[in-house]
Design a protein around this ligand. Sequence first.
Ligand code: KIV
Ligand code: NA
Length: 272
Amino acid sequence: SQPLTAPALRARKGTGSPIVAVTAYDAFHGQLLAEAGIDIALVGDSLGMVVQGHQTTLPVTLDEMVYHTRMVGRGTAGRVFLLADLPFGSYQSSPEEAVRSALRLVKEGGAQAVKLEGGKDYLRHVAAIVSSMIPVVGHLGLLPQRVHAMGGYRVAGRSPEEADRILREAKDLVDAGIFALVLEGIPRELAAGITREIPVPVIGIGAGPDTDGQVLVIHDLLGWTPEERRPRFARRFADGRGEALRALGDYSRAVKDRRFPTEEESFHSHAP
Ligand code: KIV
Ligand code: NA
């Protein structure tokens, strides 16, 4: 099948064919997504939490995003649309900084598009990146990079005032040039309304079933995330952690019992 492009993804709006996105942080993840026929590999700054072991996404640097985007791109090898997050501190200062950082993700990282968090305060940043010929995905609702400003992670857009603001910001981001929008952690009714109202695909996470697509963090969907840390909206499609722990236990016992390696698993100095 044809490699996906930003215009092709935008054209999926209204076709009734949902966009399937998954996060990826290395070449192995990229290969898995390509083999599974996933549409978008999102190199998310969630890597700060699920890969680097931080409590938030804030410590992730632009250099790290470039490095992980390159790895994922080697795995996908052009078979999955490669979208990379602009990390905290790489775009907030000015539209010029946003352009410089986006250019690095594309030139050095191989990203086909970039995503950044925020609405009204970032319309000029989005427009500047789009003007520099880089497709942009918006991100509204629960914004993990705002954890300190918001005082934690919680569902956004529950009050009518906040819902109105998010809808307005979605429309303004479209005018600024985004080709798709991620909505995270908002009521399904609000996500459905925004999906109806804007002409670009809405990709939801914790935003209900009525958006134009879904995205999940690969650790959550494969069951690698410890159960107590898995968000309620993130369905676990496999027990990856349980299977890995079983295998590690079996290996450990086999080594201790000298059942591994066997004769067939050994080399010999002479041909038998
Ligand atoms: O970083 C990330 O994984 C994301 C998704 C949750 C949308 O931005
Ligand atoms: Na992110």
